[in-house]
Design a protein around this ligand. Structure first.
Ligand SMILES: C[S@@+](CC[C@H](N)C(=O)[O-])C[C@H]1O[C@@H](n2cnc3c(N)ncnc32)[C@H](O)[C@@H]1O
Length: 281
């Protein structure tokens, strides 16, 4: 178990945990399910690293033998526990509270056929160290606990995709900070290789992380909606007030939908997230 000191978190997931599922969906779940089907299928033993409220975990569980969710934030984990408790998946699921930043993850060598980590790695390093030491170490740990031939799926928003949210041009400072928290693709591949995880492919996903909730031009006016994307929590009060005023004016003028559509071109072109797939040799 970890103390709060062992987490450089910029988002207060304790607060966000009760709102998260109002707007978040497991975007690109089909990509992970395809990887599983092409691998060990129903006999797969998989780790969901940073499982959050269990959206991917519950989507994957019916298709594998066993799934373990490791999550740092107790509020987020509580949501997963409730979701799993209401399902018929209980026997397949193990849940652990703990940090991915521990020197040694609480799993034996060669424990898993697969590991997925969805929208978590930008929470591990704050972008102030361009060598991303926490992620670098975590990849070594992933290589240790993966079985030979097992795969790792890292789902991240790449630096290029950081602007692929229709509202990003309204928050240039926060958007730059958000992009900086993401490891450059080339360095990620170097670290995968260093860890003995052979890079296979990158698959871009155009589905919004917030599903249909993303297409809400008045969304920024609603705190529940903003809680579904951690970039909003990094704004100063002044920045947020300015954006809300701008959106409200567009809503009043009936042009907010057009604004959203015109600023959503990058997502449609290059996607909003990427699955980086690698294998342990
Ligand atoms: C954006 S959420 C993604 C949750 C889930 N994977 C999903 O895609 O729905 C990021 C999650 O990473 C978790 N997280 C951040 N740092 C962590 C750490 N050091 N160890 C474990 N979990 C961590 C947060 O608590 C949060 O639940």
């Amino acid at each position: 178990m970890s103390s709060d000191d062992n987490n450089p978190e910029f988002e207060d997931y304790g607060r966000v945990s009760s709102y998260y599922d109002k707007t978040r969906v497991p975007a690109g779940l089909d990509i992970i399910l395809k990887m599983i089907a092409q691998g060990k299928g129903k006999s797969t033993v998989i780790l969901d690293a940073g499982c959050g409220t269990g959206n991917y975990l519950c989507g994957v569980a019916p298709h594998v033998k066993q799934i373990t969710g490791l999550e740092f934030n107790r509020g987020m984990l509580k949501q997963t526990i409730a979701k799993v408790g209401q399902s018929n998946l209980v026997d397949k699921v193990k849940l652990l509270q703990g940090s991915l930043l521990e020197k040694k993850l609480p799993f034996d060598d060669s424990s898993f056929d697969a590991i997925m980590i969805n929208q978590v790695i930008h929470h591990l390093d704050d972008g102030s160290d361009p060598t991303f030491p926490n992620l670098r170490h975590l990849l070594l740990e992933f290589a240790r606990i993966l079985k030979p031939g097992g795969f790792l799926s890292i789902n991240l928003t790449t630096r290029n995709q950081a602007g692929s949210f229709w509202w990003q041009s309204l928050m240039p400072r926060a958007n730059k900070d958000y992009a900086d928290k993401h490891i450059p693709n080339g360095l990620l591949i170097d670290y995968l290789t260093e860890a003995g995880l052979g890079f296979k492919e990158m698959i871009a996903c155009k589905d919004p992380l917030q599903g249909d909730h993303y297409f809400n031009p008045a969304g920024p006016l609603n705190s529940d909606w903003r809680n579904g994307d951690s970039t909003w929590s990094t704004l100063t009060n002044d920045e947020l007030d300015g954006i809300k005023e701008f959106i409200q004016t567009m809503v009043d003028q009936g042009i907010a939908g057009r604004y959203m559509d015109q600023h959503d071109t990058q997502r449609r072109a290059i996607g909003q997230s990427t699955f980086v797939i690698s294998y342990k040799g």
